[in-house]
Design a protein around this ligand. Structure first.
Ligand code: C2E
Ligand code: MG
Ligand code: MG
Length: 400
């Protein structure tokens, strides 16, 4: 069987070194390596592979590596006691498989370190190296992020608009702005590819500001043409944590002369759960200015609706994965119905996302869902194409 190489670091080691100095950090790593040797058992080896990092080669015994390493991380729940100072330090680990070939050791260490980086970025205890984490791919992603800023400045980003229809009346009442990146060499890069990357840096703040600014400019133009719609823009968790974010939105509304109730912000369930106190404060300021706040992708996280209802949100968007099987007999029917009833009891409006087939549309209308959005009605389209479509239908959608 191939051996495993695992690299281990303490979550707060930099903080500890800053606060207590290098000597204590050395002692801590010593203590850590003794504990590791003890837990891993005879025949295991532990090295210091880096200033703040240990590397271990567990012995062959003990079966499943993942399970062994998970147990190992739990074993570090007890604090370290060093010369009268008691410190708590959670460890995180990255590991990779080591082949017998001598020359592979260096490469394997790098792979385990890449996995360790990923563990610390994603706040996971343990990450196994996979090719997706490969430095070449990571470089590719970093390059993409580097080009994104230039792309923003050079006008490579655009917004496409997808309508939301009122199921009771057929009226088109709103649109969601979805970001598109037309890259000169890579072609059309979908938001799922660059937004999560941008969210790991402050670039997301610029992207969101650009999106809100552009969407409001478009909205003002439509309003002037008699197309009265509410505009929804997606925002990221990180945006809410940025100081001045709320002020910048209010400033943009003023700049375009648009009242708050025309703007809706869509925030995913998981984003809402980060730093809930701060988030509530910021969202309340926006709600006080009549902005609509909605929970995007509802049903993909683990939060309860009851909990989310304490936030000043007034719209719930049920995730598209529940729409796929609405017409076959499945649990989705019950889930959608239950979410709808609960949301209504809490005074929230409900939007069904990703509606692709007529039968789902009819079902949603039948159970009293408020709005629907999806390819069935229209794919997201550039502003011109959207307004042509809107005019052709007289601002209404009719299920054929
Ligand atoms: P989302 O906000 O949940 O947007 C809905 C996604 O579902 C969009 O994908 C849309 O094109 C797609 N969609 C709509 N109707 C259907 C349908 O009937 N079937 C299927 N299969 N898909 C449908 P898109 O445009 O690729 O965006 C993906 C995600 O990227 C968005 O999910 C949103 O989370 C994020 N995103 C897009 N634009 C922005 C933005 O300006 N800022 C931020 N922070 N995130 C954005
Ligand atoms: Mg959305
Ligand atoms: Mg969604």
């Amino acid at each position: 069987a191939p051996r495993t190489l695992v690299v281990i670091s303490l979550e707060n080691v930099v903080e500890i070194e800053t606060a207590y100095g290098a000597q204590l950090t050395d002692d801590l790593l010593c203590e850590l390596s003794l504990r590791l040797l003890e837990r891993l058992g005879a025949g295991s080896e532990v090295y210091r592979s880096h200033h703040h990092q240990l590397a271990a080669l567990p012995n062959h015994g003990g079966g499943d590596v993942e399970a062994r390493l998970t147990l190992l991380s739990e074993a570090f729940a007890q604090p370290f006691s060093l010369g009268g100072t008691v410190l708590h330090g959670d460890i995180y680990m990255g590991y990779a498989e080591l082949s017998d070939r001598e020359q592979d050791a260096e490469r394997c260490l790098r792979q385990a370190e890449v996995a360790l980086c990923s563990a610390s970025e994603r706040s996971r205890r343990l990450v196994r190296f996979t090719p997706a984490l490969d430095p070449a791919r990571v470089r590719e992603n970093l390059a993409l992020l580097g080009e994104l800023k230039a792309g923003l400045e050079q006008g490579q980003l655009a917004l496409h608009y997808q309508p939301k229809v009122c199921l009771a009346s057929g009226a088109i009442v709103g649109v969601e702005a979805l970001m598109r990146w037309q890259h000169p060499q890579r072609g059309n890069v979908p938001p799922g590819k660059f937004i999560p990357r941008a969210e790991q840096s402050t670039l997301i703040d610029q992207l969101t500001e650009w999106a809100i600014d552009s969407a409001l400019a478009q909205l003002a133009a439509w309003h002037a043409q008699g197309i009265e719609l509410r505009m929804a823009v997606n925002i990221s968790a990180r945006n809410l944590l940025q100081p001045g974010f709320v002020d910048s939105i209010l400033g943009l509304l003023d700049k375009h002369g648009i009242a708050g109730h025309w703007l809706e912000l869509e925030i995913t369930e998981s984003a809402l759960m980060q730093d809930i106190e701060h988030t509530t404060r910021e969202l309340t300021r926006l709600a006080n200015r009549q902005l609509t706040l909605s929970i995007d992708d509802f049903g993909t996280g683990y939060s309860s609706l009851q909990y989310l209802s304490d936030l000043p949100v007034s719209v719930l968007k049920i995730d598209q994965r529940f729409m796929k099987q609405l017409c076959s007999t499945s649990d989705s029917v019950h889930i959608v119905r239950a979410a709808l009833n609960l949301a209504h009891d809490l005074g929230m409006q409900v939007v069904a996302e990703g509606v692709e087939d007529p039968c789902a549309y009819a079902f949603l209308a039948d159970i009293g869902c408020d709005l629907a959005q999806g390819y069935l009605i229209s794919r997201p389209a550039p502003a011109e194409a959207f307004s042509a479509w809107y005019r052709a239908g007289g601002g209404r959608y009719c299920l054929a």
